[in-house]
Write a protein that binds this ligand. Structure first.
Ligand SMILES: Cc1cc2nc3c(=O)[nH]c(=O)nc-3n(C[C@H](O)[C@H](O)[C@H](O)COP(=O)(O)OP(=O)(O)OC[C@H]3O[C@@H](n4cnc5c(N)ncnc54)[C@H](O)[C@@H]3O)c2cc1C
Length: 417
């Protein structure tokens, strides 16, 4: 299209980012610019790399898969019903994509955090980084993800409209993988060696809200996904072989705008404040480090502190906590009902003290939407500013974020002509 994009990234390139993830695991140090959410490739780089999307109608899924394959993803993602890349393969693919951007005349700036947006006569004309350097541009794609709270605050301070949106929060549940294999493959002993670690998905309506499994990682690991000190956020991922001893999945409760009444004084930030409250509560319950609070499923449902915990894939460690006491009622009460309900559909395998919950799974999607014009895709109050991806509320995963990114790039080319 003849455009020369500058990718502005607050975090580090994939290799240096990995070192910060090591520090997070071993020393519990959260680097606010380099972590599981921030750094080259975004939240998808050290993720599971599941490539399914419910938004197939929004764009060309196969085109996204082909771009991933061109940059090193395995061919089978083009034919698998549930394509998956794996956290071990993604960083190399992302580094190859950087090479393509550079070879095509683009630029990539690392360690460069956008702290301001330059607006002249209602038009975005550039950004300013943390060192006060201005970077001029004819259009700005704002694709900063669901965890860049500073960007939401910045837009609000500049008088640009934001909207609160529904989202979901809960916990991550971890079972020994053989339990899920037995459930899905009906095998008594270990699963057949030709079969992959089995996944599951489950959804229930509990007291008027959906409660559902989210980002299930068969043969995976639970990881610390906080982006600041004094918060604890967890997520899940797996390698391409999905061969850990554990099966983990988020189990989250829908949070509608009407559930945010206690936070309404925060206006459009009500959901974000609720998220912050829960993440800080988890951090306190875990012992004010990245050690996560945990409780066995039956103990949690029966309202008993777990006297002991099971082995867990979460490297910073877990600590027994009465999560039935401190999880907000809106979430805790529904979770205490849902595990038995899931168990009924999963033939008595799910509800067992061999499984435990680990808290909290709070970043399933953005609690805020950045509005944009349906045709030009620009913010209604700011020409040249294009909200995109998960942070703006236009995507919910790797593939839908990619599809939305392409859509925005095409809109820019069209609007500039
Ligand atoms: C552990 C984990 C596992 C996941 N597993 C899956 C999965 O298997 N499948 C799936 O579909 N999705 C998964 N996700 C979700 C998926 O990664 C996101 O939906 C997707 O990455 C969203 O893409 P995005 O481009 O909109 O935003 P992001 O990927 O969040 O990218 C935002 C980028 O903006 C940068 N940034 C933020 N603020 C600034 C600033 N002020 N200045 C400069 N740069 C900034 C960040 O560093 C980041 O690189 C997972 C997420 C995590 C954390």
């Amino acid at each position: 299209m003849g455009l020369k994009p500058i990718v502005i990234e607050r975090g580090k390139d994939v290799s240096n980012r990995r070192k910060d993830l090591g520090l997070l695991h071993r020393e519990h140090i959260v680097n606010p610019d380099s972590n599981y959410c921030f750094g080259e490739g975004g939240a998808g780089t050290y993720s599971d790399g599941k490539l399914y999307t419910r938004s197939k109608k929004r764009g060309d899924l196969n085109r996204v898969l082909d771009i991933l394959i061109e940059h090193g993803a395995q061919l089978d993602i083009r034919v698998d019903a549930h394509p998956h890349i794996g956290t071990n393969k993604l960083p190399k693919i992302i580094a190859n994509m950087r090479k393509t951007i550079l070879e095509s005349g683009g630029e990539v700036l690392f360690d460069t955090r956008v702290e301001d947006i330059l607006i002249k006569s209602g038009k975005a004309v550039g950004v300013v980084d943390q060192n006060g350097n201005a970077i001029e541009a004819v259009s700005i794609v704002l694709a900063t993800g669901h965890s860049a709270r500073d960007i939401f605050y910045l837009l609000h301070a500049k008088g640009l409209e934001l909207e609160a949106k529904a989202f979901a929060m809960g916990v991550r549940v971890e079972h020994p993988q053989p339990i899920i294999d037995k459930l899905q493959y009906h095998c008594e002993g270990p699963r057949d060696k030709n079969l992959p670690s089995a996944p599951y998905s489950a959804v229930e309506q509990i007291n008027g809200r959906g409660v559902y499994s989210f980002c299930m990682c068969p043969g995976g690991f639970i990881v610390p996904a906080a982006t600041a000190q004094e918060e604890l956020v967890i997520n899940g991922m797996s390698t391409s072989t999905r061969d850990s001893r554990y099966a983990n999945s988020g189990v989250v409760v829908e949070i509608e705008l009407e559930d945010l009444k206690p936070y309404e004084k925060h206006g459009v930030f009500a959901g974000l404040e609720y998220q912050k409250y829960l993440e800080n509560a988890a951090w306190n319950a875990g012992g004010r480090t990245q050690t996560a609070p945990a409780q066995r499923i039956v103990d949690f449902t029966e309202g008993k502190m777990s006297s002991e915990l099971n082995d867990c894939s979460y490297i910073p460690g877990i600590q027994s906590s009465p999560m039935h006491e401190w999880l907000p009622k809106h979430i805790g009460k529904r979770l205490r009902k849902v595990f038995k309900a899931f168990d009924q559909k999963m033939k008595g395998y799910y509800y067992t003290n061999e499984a435990q919950i680990v808290g909290v799974e709070s970043r399933t999607s953005s609690p805020i939407k950045i509005p944009r014009d349906a045709t030009t895709l620009q913010h209604p109050q700011c020409e040249g500013l294009y909200p995109s991806g998960e942070g703006g509320g236009y995507a919910g995963g790797i593939v839908s974020a990619a599809i939305d990114g392409e859509k925005v790039a095409e809109a820019i080319a069209k609007n500039l002509n």
